[in-house]
Design a protein around this ligand. Structure first.
Ligand SMILES: Cc1ncc(COP(=O)(O)O)c(C=O)c1O
Length: 374
Protein backbone atom coordinates (compact mmCIF):
# COMPACT_ATOMS: atom_id res chain seq x y z
CA UNK A 1 0.00 0.00 0.00
CA UNK A 2 1.55 3.35 -1.00
CA UNK A 3 1.68 5.81 1.88
CA UNK A 4 -0.17 9.09 1.24
CA UNK A 5 1.82 12.30 1.78
CA UNK A 6 -1.26 13.92 3.37
CA UNK A 7 -4.18 11.55 3.96
CA UNK A 8 -7.19 13.81 3.49
CA UNK A 9 -9.44 10.82 2.92
CA UNK A 10 -8.81 9.47 6.43
CA UNK A 11 -10.26 12.67 7.87
CA UNK A 12 -13.09 12.65 5.33
CA UNK A 13 -14.07 9.14 6.35
CA UNK A 14 -14.06 10.14 10.02
CA UNK A 15 -16.53 13.01 9.60
CA UNK A 16 -18.20 12.01 6.32
CA UNK A 17 -21.76 11.91 7.65
CA UNK A 18 -21.46 15.25 9.52
CA UNK A 19 -19.95 16.96 6.46
CA UNK A 20 -22.52 15.47 4.10
CA UNK A 21 -25.36 16.63 6.36
CA UNK A 22 -23.86 20.12 6.55
CA UNK A 23 -23.39 20.34 2.77
CA UNK A 24 -26.94 19.12 2.13
CA UNK A 25 -28.28 21.71 4.58
CA UNK A 26 -26.25 24.47 2.86
CA UNK A 27 -27.62 23.46 -0.54
CA UNK A 28 -31.19 23.13 0.74
CA UNK A 29 -30.89 26.52 2.48
CA UNK A 30 -30.55 28.20 -0.91
CA UNK A 31 -28.23 31.02 0.23
CA UNK A 32 -25.27 29.68 -1.70
CA UNK A 33 -23.34 32.94 -1.62
CA UNK A 34 -22.69 34.55 1.79
CA UNK A 35 -25.20 32.30 3.49
CA UNK A 36 -25.56 32.19 7.29
CA UNK A 37 -22.83 29.53 7.57
CA UNK A 38 -20.25 32.08 6.39
CA UNK A 39 -21.09 34.49 9.22
CA UNK A 40 -21.23 31.62 11.72
CA UNK A 41 -17.81 30.40 10.63
CA UNK A 42 -16.35 33.90 10.88
CA UNK A 43 -17.63 34.17 14.44
CA UNK A 44 -16.23 30.77 15.39
CA UNK A 45 -12.82 31.45 13.83
CA UNK A 46 -12.58 34.86 15.49
CA UNK A 47 -13.41 33.29 18.84
CA UNK A 48 -10.93 30.45 18.30
CA UNK A 49 -8.16 32.91 17.44
CA UNK A 50 -9.10 35.42 20.12
CA UNK A 51 -9.50 38.20 17.55
CA UNK A 52 -12.33 40.69 17.22
CA UNK A 53 -12.96 40.26 13.49
CA UNK A 54 -12.64 37.44 10.99
CA UNK A 55 -13.53 38.19 7.37
CA UNK A 56 -13.73 35.09 5.19
CA UNK A 57 -12.81 35.27 1.51
CA UNK A 58 -12.17 33.11 -1.54
CA UNK A 59 -8.57 32.01 -0.83
CA UNK A 60 -5.44 32.84 1.13
CA UNK A 61 -3.86 34.82 -1.70
CA UNK A 62 -6.85 37.17 -1.85
CA UNK A 63 -6.85 37.43 1.95
CA UNK A 64 -3.32 38.88 1.87
CA UNK A 65 -4.06 41.10 -1.11
CA UNK A 66 -7.26 42.52 0.34
CA UNK A 67 -5.38 43.65 3.46
CA UNK A 68 -2.68 45.35 1.35
CA UNK A 69 -5.39 47.10 -0.68
CA UNK A 70 -7.18 48.20 2.46
CA UNK A 71 -3.94 49.84 3.61
CA UNK A 72 -3.59 51.54 0.21
CA UNK A 73 -0.24 49.91 -0.35
CA UNK A 74 0.74 50.34 -4.00
CA UNK A 75 3.31 51.75 -6.42
CA UNK A 76 6.40 53.15 -4.73
CA UNK A 77 5.83 51.13 -1.54
CA UNK A 78 8.07 48.37 -0.20
CA UNK A 79 6.73 45.29 1.59
CA UNK A 80 9.28 43.00 3.24
CA UNK A 81 8.68 39.29 2.64
CA UNK A 82 10.81 36.19 3.25
CA UNK A 83 12.66 34.81 0.24
CA UNK A 84 11.91 31.24 1.30
CA UNK A 85 8.13 30.88 0.96
CA UNK A 86 5.31 30.07 -1.41
CA UNK A 87 4.94 32.48 -4.35
CA UNK A 88 1.65 33.96 -3.09
CA UNK A 89 3.44 35.84 -0.28
CA UNK A 90 5.32 38.06 -2.74
CA UNK A 91 2.82 37.80 -5.58
CA UNK A 92 0.18 39.80 -3.71
CA UNK A 93 2.65 42.64 -3.11
CA UNK A 94 3.41 42.85 -6.83
CA UNK A 95 -0.30 42.51 -7.67
CA UNK A 96 -1.15 45.71 -5.77
CA UNK A 97 1.69 47.47 -7.62
CA UNK A 98 4.08 47.60 -4.66
CA UNK A 99 7.58 46.10 -4.50
CA UNK A 100 8.35 42.94 -2.54
CA UNK A 101 11.76 43.19 -0.87
CA UNK A 102 13.21 39.79 -0.07
CA UNK A 103 14.45 39.07 3.43
CA UNK A 104 16.54 36.03 4.32
CA UNK A 105 15.35 33.32 6.71
CA UNK A 106 16.84 31.40 9.62
CA UNK A 107 18.59 28.13 8.94
CA UNK A 108 16.84 26.15 11.67
CA UNK A 109 13.24 27.45 11.69
CA UNK A 110 12.94 28.49 8.01
CA UNK A 111 11.25 31.70 9.18
CA UNK A 112 12.20 35.33 8.56
CA UNK A 113 15.50 36.47 10.09
CA UNK A 114 15.03 39.66 12.14
CA UNK A 115 18.62 40.79 11.46
CA UNK A 116 18.16 40.42 7.73
CA UNK A 117 14.87 42.32 8.06
CA UNK A 118 16.64 45.24 9.76
CA UNK A 119 19.30 45.27 7.05
CA UNK A 120 16.75 45.27 4.22
CA UNK A 121 14.69 48.07 5.79
CA UNK A 122 17.83 50.16 6.33
CA UNK A 123 18.93 49.59 2.72
CA UNK A 124 15.54 50.65 1.32
CA UNK A 125 15.52 53.77 3.49
CA UNK A 126 19.10 54.66 2.50
CA UNK A 127 18.43 54.23 -1.22
CA UNK A 128 15.29 56.37 -0.90
CA UNK A 129 13.52 54.97 -3.98
CA UNK A 130 10.78 53.09 -2.16
CA UNK A 131 8.73 53.83 0.96
CA UNK A 132 8.80 50.98 3.50
CA UNK A 133 5.17 50.25 4.42
CA UNK A 134 4.72 46.74 5.78
CA UNK A 135 6.42 43.55 6.92
CA UNK A 136 4.83 40.24 6.00
CA UNK A 137 6.40 37.34 7.90
CA UNK A 138 5.29 33.84 6.95
CA UNK A 139 4.66 31.13 9.56
CA UNK A 140 6.37 28.58 7.37
CA UNK A 141 5.42 24.90 7.59
CA UNK A 142 3.14 25.77 10.52
CA UNK A 143 5.60 27.38 12.92
CA UNK A 144 5.08 30.99 14.09
CA UNK A 145 7.81 33.35 12.97
CA UNK A 146 9.80 34.90 15.81
CA UNK A 147 7.42 37.78 16.53
CA UNK A 148 9.29 38.61 19.76
CA UNK A 149 12.13 39.81 17.53
CA UNK A 150 9.98 41.11 14.65
CA UNK A 151 7.38 43.19 16.52
CA UNK A 152 9.87 45.68 18.06
CA UNK A 153 11.44 46.29 14.63
CA UNK A 154 8.05 46.86 13.02
CA UNK A 155 7.04 49.24 15.84
CA UNK A 156 10.35 51.13 15.74
CA UNK A 157 10.13 51.52 11.96
CA UNK A 158 6.42 52.48 12.14
CA UNK A 159 5.41 49.83 9.62
CA UNK A 160 2.34 47.61 9.36
CA UNK A 161 2.62 43.95 10.32
CA UNK A 162 0.66 41.51 8.15
CA UNK A 163 1.05 37.91 9.30
CA UNK A 164 0.92 35.35 6.48
CA UNK A 165 -0.35 32.44 8.53
CA UNK A 166 -1.67 30.52 5.51
CA UNK A 167 0.15 27.41 6.73
CA UNK A 168 -0.30 27.96 10.45
CA UNK A 169 -3.84 28.82 11.50
CA UNK A 170 -4.05 27.42 15.05
CA UNK A 171 -0.33 27.89 15.82
CA UNK A 172 0.62 29.87 18.91
CA UNK A 173 3.55 31.86 20.24
CA UNK A 174 3.60 32.47 23.99
CA UNK A 175 -0.06 31.44 24.00
CA UNK A 176 -1.01 33.99 21.31
CA UNK A 177 -2.65 32.62 18.18
CA UNK A 178 -0.74 33.68 15.05
CA UNK A 179 -4.03 35.00 13.61
CA UNK A 180 -4.09 37.45 16.53
CA UNK A 181 -0.58 38.79 15.93
CA UNK A 182 0.16 41.97 13.99
CA UNK A 183 -2.18 44.59 12.57
CA UNK A 184 -3.81 41.86 10.51
CA UNK A 185 -3.30 38.20 9.64
CA UNK A 186 -4.38 36.12 6.68
CA UNK A 187 -4.87 32.39 6.31
CA UNK A 188 -5.77 29.79 3.68
CA UNK A 189 -8.22 26.91 3.75
CA UNK A 190 -6.67 25.17 0.73
CA UNK A 191 -7.50 21.45 1.21
CA UNK A 192 -3.96 20.41 2.24
CA UNK A 193 -3.69 23.08 4.93
CA UNK A 194 -4.12 21.90 8.55
CA UNK A 195 -7.61 23.48 8.50
CA UNK A 196 -8.65 23.01 4.89
CA UNK A 197 -11.98 22.96 3.06
CA UNK A 198 -13.02 21.02 -0.06
CA UNK A 199 -12.00 23.73 -2.49
CA UNK A 200 -10.49 27.18 -2.11
CA UNK A 201 -11.05 29.39 0.90
CA UNK A 202 -9.31 31.99 3.04
CA UNK A 203 -9.80 34.53 5.81
CA UNK A 204 -8.38 37.69 7.30
CA UNK A 205 -8.22 38.57 11.00
CA UNK A 206 -7.91 41.88 12.79
CA UNK A 207 -8.82 43.69 16.00
CA UNK A 208 -9.10 46.96 14.07
CA UNK A 209 -12.80 47.88 13.52
CA UNK A 210 -12.02 50.30 10.69
CA UNK A 211 -9.84 47.78 8.87
CA UNK A 212 -12.48 45.03 9.25
CA UNK A 213 -15.06 47.30 7.62
CA UNK A 214 -12.69 47.94 4.70
CA UNK A 215 -11.95 44.21 4.34
CA UNK A 216 -15.69 43.42 4.22
CA UNK A 217 -16.22 46.11 1.60
CA UNK A 218 -13.24 45.23 -0.62
CA UNK A 219 -14.11 41.51 -0.71
CA UNK A 220 -17.48 42.38 -2.35
CA UNK A 221 -16.67 44.92 -5.09
CA UNK A 222 -16.01 47.78 -2.68
CA UNK A 223 -19.61 47.85 -1.58
CA UNK A 224 -20.96 50.55 0.72
CA UNK A 225 -24.03 50.37 2.88
CA UNK A 226 -25.96 48.39 0.28
CA UNK A 227 -25.14 45.97 -2.48
CA UNK A 228 -25.29 48.48 -5.32
CA UNK A 229 -23.44 51.29 -3.64
CA UNK A 230 -19.76 51.00 -4.58
CA UNK A 231 -17.59 53.29 -2.51
CA UNK A 232 -14.20 51.97 -3.59
CA UNK A 233 -12.63 49.56 -6.06
CA UNK A 234 -12.91 46.06 -4.67
CA UNK A 235 -12.75 42.46 -5.84
CA UNK A 236 -15.05 39.45 -5.89
CA UNK A 237 -13.65 37.23 -3.17
CA UNK A 238 -16.40 35.56 -1.18
CA UNK A 239 -16.17 32.23 0.61
CA UNK A 240 -18.79 29.77 -0.65
CA UNK A 241 -21.51 28.85 1.83
CA UNK A 242 -20.78 25.15 1.20
CA UNK A 243 -17.11 25.62 2.10
CA UNK A 244 -18.07 27.48 5.28
CA UNK A 245 -20.40 24.63 6.25
CA UNK A 246 -17.57 22.11 5.72
CA UNK A 247 -15.11 24.22 7.73
CA UNK A 248 -17.57 24.44 10.65
CA UNK A 249 -17.56 20.63 10.86
CA UNK A 250 -13.78 20.42 10.50
CA UNK A 251 -13.19 23.06 13.17
CA UNK A 252 -14.90 20.75 15.71
CA UNK A 253 -12.10 18.18 15.43
CA UNK A 254 -9.31 20.66 14.69
CA UNK A 255 -7.86 20.95 18.25
CA UNK A 256 -7.66 17.17 18.50
CA UNK A 257 -6.00 16.98 15.08
CA UNK A 258 -3.41 19.56 16.11
CA UNK A 259 -2.57 17.42 19.14
CA UNK A 260 -2.13 14.39 16.89
CA UNK A 261 0.14 16.39 14.57
CA UNK A 262 2.26 17.43 17.56
CA UNK A 263 2.56 13.80 18.74
CA UNK A 264 3.65 12.66 15.29
CA UNK A 265 6.15 15.51 14.90
CA UNK A 266 7.68 14.66 18.28
CA UNK A 267 8.08 11.04 17.25
CA UNK A 268 9.91 12.07 14.07
CA UNK A 269 12.15 14.50 15.93
CA UNK A 270 13.02 11.97 18.65
CA UNK A 271 13.98 9.40 16.03
CA UNK A 272 16.06 11.80 13.94
CA UNK A 273 18.03 13.07 16.92
CA UNK A 274 19.92 9.78 16.70
CA UNK A 275 21.31 10.78 13.30
CA UNK A 276 24.03 13.30 12.55
CA UNK A 277 22.90 13.48 8.95
CA UNK A 278 19.23 14.30 9.39
CA UNK A 279 18.43 17.77 10.67
CA UNK A 280 14.97 17.93 12.21
CA UNK A 281 13.07 21.25 12.27
CA UNK A 282 13.72 23.46 15.28
CA UNK A 283 10.74 24.94 17.09
CA UNK A 284 11.49 28.09 19.08
CA UNK A 285 10.72 28.14 22.81
CA UNK A 286 7.13 29.12 23.50
CA UNK A 287 5.95 28.23 19.98
CA UNK A 288 3.41 25.62 19.01
CA UNK A 289 3.49 24.61 15.35
CA UNK A 290 0.54 23.25 13.38
CA UNK A 291 3.00 21.01 11.53
CA UNK A 292 1.58 21.78 8.12
CA UNK A 293 4.80 20.14 6.95
CA UNK A 294 7.50 18.15 8.68
CA UNK A 295 10.61 19.32 6.87
CA UNK A 296 14.10 18.00 7.45
CA UNK A 297 17.45 18.84 5.91
CA UNK A 298 19.79 16.14 4.63
CA UNK A 299 23.10 16.38 2.74
CA UNK A 300 21.79 14.46 -0.29
CA UNK A 301 18.05 14.94 -0.61
CA UNK A 302 17.83 13.59 -4.15
CA UNK A 303 19.10 10.24 -2.90
CA UNK A 304 16.63 10.33 0.00
CA UNK A 305 13.78 11.16 -2.37
CA UNK A 306 14.76 8.29 -4.70
CA UNK A 307 15.26 5.75 -1.91
CA UNK A 308 11.95 6.59 -0.25
CA UNK A 309 10.07 6.62 -3.54
CA UNK A 310 11.34 3.09 -4.25
CA UNK A 311 9.71 2.03 -0.97
CA UNK A 312 6.39 3.74 -1.78
CA UNK A 313 7.06 6.65 0.59
CA UNK A 314 6.27 10.05 -0.93
CA UNK A 315 8.24 13.21 -0.13
CA UNK A 316 7.88 16.81 -1.29
CA UNK A 317 10.27 19.69 -1.73
CA UNK A 318 9.13 23.04 -0.39
CA UNK A 319 10.85 25.05 -1.87
CA UNK A 320 13.58 24.14 -4.32
CA UNK A 321 14.17 27.75 -5.44
CA UNK A 322 13.87 30.79 -3.19
CA UNK A 323 11.52 33.43 -4.58
CA UNK A 324 14.46 35.83 -4.85
CA UNK A 325 15.77 33.58 -7.68
CA UNK A 326 12.49 32.70 -9.39
CA UNK A 327 12.18 34.09 -12.91
CA UNK A 328 9.12 36.18 -12.12
CA UNK A 329 10.66 37.67 -8.97
CA UNK A 330 14.44 37.87 -9.44
CA UNK A 331 14.26 41.55 -10.46
CA UNK A 332 12.87 42.59 -7.07
CA UNK A 333 15.36 43.96 -4.51
CA UNK A 334 17.29 41.98 -1.92
CA UNK A 335 20.69 42.33 -0.33
CA UNK A 336 21.14 38.58 -0.83
CA UNK A 337 19.53 35.51 0.66
CA UNK A 338 22.40 33.09 1.32
CA UNK A 339 20.57 31.01 3.93
CA UNK A 340 17.50 30.59 1.71
CA UNK A 341 19.80 29.65 -1.17
CA UNK A 342 21.52 27.01 0.93
CA UNK A 343 18.53 25.39 2.63
CA UNK A 344 16.54 25.25 -0.61
CA UNK A 345 19.06 22.63 -1.76
CA UNK A 346 18.66 20.42 1.32
CA UNK A 347 15.06 20.59 2.54
CA UNK A 348 12.69 17.70 2.05
CA UNK A 349 9.27 17.20 3.63
CA UNK A 350 8.03 13.85 4.93
CA UNK A 351 4.46 12.51 5.14
CA UNK A 352 2.60 14.43 7.86
CA UNK A 353 -1.07 14.42 8.80
CA UNK A 354 -3.06 13.66 11.96
CA UNK A 355 -3.96 10.13 10.85
CA UNK A 356 -0.40 8.85 10.31
CA UNK A 357 -0.29 5.67 12.41
CA UNK A 358 2.73 4.60 14.46
CA UNK A 359 3.61 1.57 12.36
CA UNK A 360 3.61 3.56 9.12
CA UNK A 361 5.63 6.33 10.72
CA UNK A 362 8.16 3.78 11.97
CA UNK A 363 8.53 2.54 8.38
CA UNK A 364 9.19 6.09 7.19
CA UNK A 365 11.71 6.77 9.97
CA UNK A 366 13.58 3.55 9.27
CA UNK A 367 13.73 4.31 5.55
CA UNK A 368 15.01 7.86 6.19
CA UNK A 369 17.72 6.70 8.60
CA UNK A 370 18.71 3.87 6.32
CA UNK A 371 19.04 6.19 3.32
CA UNK A 372 20.58 9.26 4.99
CA UNK A 373 22.83 7.37 7.41
CA UNK A 374 23.31 8.16 11.06
C1 LIG B 1 2.69 30.89 2.81
C2 LIG B 1 1.48 30.94 1.94
N1 LIG B 1 0.91 32.14 1.68
C3 LIG B 1 -0.20 32.25 0.94
C4 LIG B 1 -0.81 31.14 0.39
C5 LIG B 1 -2.01 31.32 -0.49
O1 LIG B 1 -3.14 30.60 -0.12
P1 LIG B 1 -4.19 30.09 -1.21
O2 LIG B 1 -3.61 28.91 -1.91
O3 LIG B 1 -5.40 29.76 -0.42
O4 LIG B 1 -4.45 31.24 -2.15
C6 LIG B 1 -0.28 29.87 0.64
C7 LIG B 1 -0.96 28.67 0.13
O5 LIG B 1 -0.49 27.76 -0.38
C8 LIG B 1 0.91 29.76 1.43
O6 LIG B 1 1.47 28.59 1.70
Amino acid sequence: MPIPFIDLQAQRRRIASEVERAVTAAVAGGQWIMGPQVRALEEQLAEYAGVKHCVACANGTDALMIVLRAWNIGPGDAVFVPAFTFAASAEVVALVGATPVFVDVLEDTYNIDAHSLETEIATVRREGKLTPRAVMPVDLFGQPADYRAIEPIVAHERLKLLVDTAQAFGATLDGRQTAAIGDAAATSFFPAKPLGCYGDGGATFTDDDGLAELLRSIRVHGQGSDKYENVRIGVNSRLDTIQAAILIEKLKIFPEELEARERIARRYTEAFRRSNRVRPPHVIAGAQSTWAQYTIQVPDRDKLHRDLKALGIPTAIYYSTPLSHQKGYAHFPSAGTPVSDRISKHVISLPMHPYLDEATQARIVEAVLESAGS
